[in-house]
Design a protein around this ligand. Structure first.
Ligand code: NAD
Ligand code: SER
Length: 316
């Protein structure tokens, strides 16, 4: 079997940082190159090869993939929903041109599997909000969502037109304790844990009854690598797998944390991110992922909350 030589873009981000660690454990540290527009530091730098890479710089993308002899890419560099609404042109440039550069390189350099994430942000207010189907209306209202739908369509085009092996899931909001989220609408579901541990109180930027699909990081990493390693012949879809684990309201999350920190106080002061959250689904039908590559989440609200609080208390 060919030795995997993996490049992770956006490796300093919330998902990329933990994904890189797991990929290095699986394939050997020297075979996983962590890159980001910010100079990778900390444990990423200590545990394996790192480089600075701006994914919008086409010639830098091609020369880095060639110089490291890369055959597998996890493309995690992106601008997320809230930052994307503040800087739509930047969001389009990074998310679209970055992804096109990676997809073109996949074809021209003959790479193997390339993972390019989509998001629940691909959906919009006309999408069925509960048990959102795999095939459904994709009319997002954010620039971030627009780039995710375009990315899915483009990935599918590259698969069918050029035979590239591009795959991806529509991640729900990801909750984790290692690296802070990078400017999304679901960030409150992470911030709430940090503030619960640090201050015993939290001002939440979405309403108490806002219900969104979420996932704990260990499930996110497992799903990502499981899809990357799935037998291509069993995959009917490519870049747009619905993926689900948990769905809860901000109030239900606060109540779960309160079981561990009885004095925890949450107030709700919705800001511009409420309007984004209101266009996203509450629950997702991920049966295609379950059928085609065996997806099954392992974490629920109770055991995730216990684990998050333990990890954050240990950091403090
Ligand atoms: P993040 O914002 O935490 O990290 C993104 C990283 O990309 C950052 O480290 C940033 O420095 C880097 N970056 C920005 N511009 C760049 C450029 N021009 N070149 C190279 N790197 C650049 O994002 P994340 O949460 O880790 O998300 C990873 C992927 O998963 C993205 O495609 C995102 O849309 C998707 N996703 C994430 C979530 C979530 O809840 N975290 C949910 C749905 C989808
Ligand atoms: N967590 C992401 C965001 O809120 C969803 O793609 O932007």
């Amino acid at each position: 079997m060919t030795q995997k030589k993996v490049l992770v873009t956006g490796a300093m981000g919330q998902i990329g940082s933990e994904l890189t660690g797991e990929l290095r454990r699986r394939y050997g540290s020297e075979n996983v190159i962590a890159t980001d527009i910010r100079k990778p530091g900390g444990i990423l730098e200590e545990s394996g090869p790192c480089d600075v890479l701006d994914v919008t710089d086409r010639s830098a993308v091609f020369s880095m993939l060639e110089s490291y002899g890369i055959n597998t890419v996890y493309h995690m560099a992106a601008i997320l929903s809230a930052t994307g609404e503040k800087h739509p042109a930047l969001c389009w440039n990074v998310n679209m041109n970055g992804s096109i550069n990676i997809m073109d390189a996949a074809v021209e350099l003959g790479l193997g599997t390339v993972m390019i994430p989509s998001s629940i942000a691909a959906f919009g207010p006309e999408t069925p909000r509960f048990n959102t189907p795999q095939e459904t209306i994709l009319r997002p209202r954010t620039m971030y969502g627009v780039t995710k739908v375009c990315g899915e369509l483009l990935g599918d085009y590259y698969v069918k037109r050029f035979g590239a092996d591009i795959r991806g899931v529509r991640y729900p909001g990801i909750i984790s304790s290692e690296t802070l989220p990078g400017g999304g609408t679901t960030d409150y579901a992470v911030d709430i844990f940090y503030k619960a541990v640090e201050k015993g109180s939290y001002t939440c930027f979405v309403k108490k009854d806002t219900k969104l699909p979420m996932m704990y990081m260990p499930d996110c990493i497992k799903a990502t690598i499981d899809l990357a390693e799935a037998d291509r012949s069993s995959l009917v879809h490519s870049c747009e797998y619905n993926l689900a684990a948990l769905s809860f309201t901000a109030g239900e999350l606060a109540a779960e944390i309160k079981k561990h920190i009885p004095g925890f106080e949450v107030t709700y002061e919705p800001d511009f991110r409420q309007a984004i959250a209101d266009t996203w689904p509450a629950t997702i039908d991920d049966s295609a992922a379950r059928t085609e590559w065996g997806w099954k989440p392992e974490w629920n609200l109770e055991n995730m909350t216990t684990d998050m609080l333990e990890k954050l208390r240990a950091k403090n």
